[in-house]
Design a protein around this ligand. Structure first.
Ligand SMILES: C[S@@+](CC[C@H](N)C(=O)[O-])C[C@H]1O[C@@H](n2cnc3c(N)ncnc32)[C@H](O)[C@@H]1O
Length: 279
């Protein structure tokens, strides 16, 4: 399918850039571009796919995934026969997605402002794409835009990680990197370490990710570092935001089996309906 590029149409260049002190909203910075070649090596899980497939079967209509990455969810949904549009900021992530499958219609754009040509029965914003919105204002811009793209009765599903208080700390000035993951690859191994800093005032969790890609030959591996920032959002912020954006909140889950959301939940999933009549 062709990729639509919304760059140049309206406020699409209105992204965040990282400064010494904080982030300002004035320039395009698709943070995932330099991470695109590692994304599918790092994130190999698919335990969330059945949840979204079940919802897609229930809604029976076109689906949009906002912040679709390399199509980890969009591709299996499209290959199951659903009409799926993936909206993604990073061109490199889209390139990866296109290589995996031609079944997804890709749109390169910003989920806060992208204007698509149709309305959807189901919108998905999963695996922390919502947390990439770095202020409450940006989150509201996205929620309003997402609602404008839904049919009457259409559903928005948002899934984010639920962080424990222990994970949201500002460590001492010279912290040791923590080991996040090891992936055995066909021709080597990927290791990821990270240092995270949390600013409770802004709710921003700034992560410096260190990657080591080692070959099997024993030759020294490649080392890379990338910065990623997310804005932590909990249930009692997300639910009122959805209502403020005009949604009716249908249900809150704490996991992909429909578990109740508790203090021990690893995930926060909120399903909300666009109850307004679409003119
Ligand atoms: C953690 S990844 C999740 C990708 C995918 N949803 C998945 O489940 O694998 C977050 C994605 O959101 C994208 N993203 C961040 N901010 C965005 C924005 N304002 N508009 C569109 N995509 C955005 C990033 O480029 C990245 O690919």
């Amino acid at each position: 399918m062709p990729i639509q590029n919304l760059q140049g149409q309206g406020p699409i260049g209105d992204y965040y850039i990282l400064t010494e002190q904080n982030r300002i909203k004035d320039a395009a910075l698709p943070e995932y571009d330099p991470l695109a070649d590692l994304y599918d090596l790092e994130y190999v899980h698919d335990h969330d796919v059945p949840f979204w497939l079940t919802l897609a079967e229930r809604k029976r209509g076109p689906i949009v995934e906002w912040g679709a990455g390399t199509g980890r969810l969009a591709v299996p949904l499209a290959e199951a026969g659903f009409d799926v549009t993936g909206v993604e900021l990073s061109e490199r992530m889209i390139e990866r997605g296109c290589k995996k499958s031609e079944a997804v219609e890709w749109v390169q754009g910003d989920m806060r402002s992208a204007r698509l040509r149709k309305r959807y029965a189901l919108a998905i914003c999963a695996f922390n794409s919502f947390l990439c919105l770095l202020s409450a204002e940006d989150a509201m811009d996205f929620l309003r835009n997402a609602r404008e793209h839904l049919e009457t009765g259409g559903m928005l599903g948002i899934e984010v990680s639920a962080f424990s208080p222990e994970e949201l700390v500002d460590p001492p000035s010279d912290p040791e990197p923590q080991h996040d993951l090891t992936r055995e690859l066909q021709d080597g191994r990927l290791e990821r370490f990270s240092i995270s800093r949390y600013d409770a005032a802004s709710q921003l969790l700034a992560m410096r990710l260190f990657y080591e890609l080692g070959g099997t030959s024993g030759a020294p591996g490649e080392q890379r570092a990338h910065d990623l920032t997310i804005r932590i959002t909990g249930r009692d912020e997300l639910v009122p935001m959805l209502r403020l954006a005009g949604f009716e909140v249908e249900v809150v889950y704490g996991g992909f089996e429909g578990e109740p959301f508790t203090a021990d939940s690893d995930h926060l999933i909120v399903l909300a309906r666009n109850g307004q009549v679409v003119s």
